[in-house]
Design a protein around this ligand. Structure first.
Ligand SMILES: *Cc1c(COP(=O)(O)O)cnc(C)c1O
Length: 383
């Protein structure tokens, strides 16, 4: 949602497209040249805005886009008629007949899906690409690794489907390297059993998401990675490989001071009176709240930068306003910029810190920035 032109911004997200492009190039440079880059841009490119992010990722040379569903694929097709797209989530039965319209590769996990999709492609007289997904221990989409044979066979038999990829997804790549290695082993065993080595070159064979890159096996059949969070400059779990990739934050989240006022000691702040001022204080009322994506869980926990200094959140975050303590900053005035996530005058609140204070993960924080918040794009091409 953009404010009518000329109105000042009250809460906005700044998206640095040049940083996005540099991140993609850094991630690529850390990987061998044969590894293809699947740019994960589901959920409106993690809340950054799909058209702008996808356009810049195409410019930077992403090989394939991954989205969750057909509506997202349709939005991508508005900006590119032919860049390859992979749908990551299962299609509903009645969605299958639309897949050929958008020329997407579909993830398949069962014989039933393969047969239904083949009938839809036949009806449209269009060949469709599929990526066969193997469940190696995530317990989500994919055929269980010990039962993958019939799905490979069904794809082979489907006249209108072409196998374009085989993949799996890790459940705990940042937390449990032992289980991740086991998932890799299960995947390779299924691939070995059902996909002749001769045909593998032509396929996308992929497992690693951002955190998986820490344990990626650069030898062997893997030839693609699926990168979401890391391209936005957020390190899920910094380890050896990612430490070599000085990815920069793409996203920052900013608001303004709407009002500054003094309150006496003993005043209870915001709904429920969950914070009591221990001393007479100056507080600033920010022009954003949970209606913009400041999680209510950050009540009494998070800090926000004003004039380059951390200011604690007092009491509950409300829908449109958030209260912070600025007693230590006598120079704060109405109109000042306040930074929820990002840098200000040499100080920084990383997305990971903001998310921790909100009891959540960076992925969810990015998806929670609401429609009310305009996305402002920095460094478009040609600047
Ligand atoms: C979202 C998603 C990714 C990207 O994960 P990040 O941790 O953001 O890199 C990769 N693969 C699948 C199947 C996904 O759903």
């Amino acid at each position: 949602m953009s404010p009518p032109s000329g109105l000042p911004l009250r809460c906005w997200a700044e998206i640095d497209l040049a940083a996005l492009e540099r991140n993609l190039r850094l991630i690529r440079a850390a990987l061998p040249p044969h590894i293809r880059y699947v740019a994960v841009v589901k959920a409106d490119a993690y809340g950054h805005g799909l058209p702008q992010i996808a356009a810049r990722l195409m410019h930077a040379g992403a090989d394939l886009f991954a989205v969750a569903n057909l509506a997202e694929a349709a939005a991508l097709r508005e900006i590119t008629p032919d860049w390859p797209i992979l749908l990551l989530s299962p299609l509903l039965p009645e969605e299958m007949r639309f897949a050929p319209d958008y020329d997407v590769a579909v993830t398949v996990s069962s014989v039933e899906e393969v047969e239904r999709l083949d009938r839809a492609a036949a009806a449209a007289r269009r060949q469709l690409n599929v990526h066969l997904k193997i469940d190696t221990g995530m317990g989500r989409a994919g055929v269980w690794h010990e039962e993958a044979g019939p799905v490979f066979e069904a794809v082979r038999c489907a006249a209108y489907l072409r196998l374009a990829g085989v993949f799996t997804h890790f459940s705990s790549p940042g937390e449990d390297p032992v289980f991740t290695a086991e998932q890799r082993r299960r995947f390779l065993a299924a691939l070995e059993a059902h996909q002749p080595a001769a045909g593998r070159e032509a396929l996308f064979i992929h497992a690693d998401n951002s955190a998986g890159l820490e344990t990626i096996e650069l030898a062997g059949p893997f030839n693609a990675v699926r990168v979401g969070l890391l391209q936005f400059g957020v390190m899920p779990t910094p380890g050896a490989l990612l430490a070599e990739v000085p990815a920069e934050p793409v996203f920052s989240f900013r608001t303004r001071v709407g009002l500054v006022k003094s309150l006496p000691a003993g005043t209870r702040i915001s709904y429920g009176g969950t914070h009591t001022l221990a001393r007479s204080s100056r507080v600033a009322i920010l022009t954003a709240g949970y209606g913009d994506g400041i999680p209510r869980a950050a009540s009494n926990r998070g800090s926000i930068l004003v004039r380059g200094q951390r200011c604690p959140i007092l009491g509950r975050v409300t829908m449109d306003q958030t209260i912070i303590d600025v007693t230590h900053l006598p120079e704060v005035h109405a109109g000042d910029e306040a930074v929820l996530v990002g840098r200000q005058l040499g100080e920084e609140i990383p997305l990971t810190e903001f998310s921790r204070h909100a009891d959540t993960i960076p992925w969810e924080t990015l998806c929670s920035v609401t429609k009310r918040v305009p996305r402002i794009y920095r460094t478009p091409l040609g600047t």
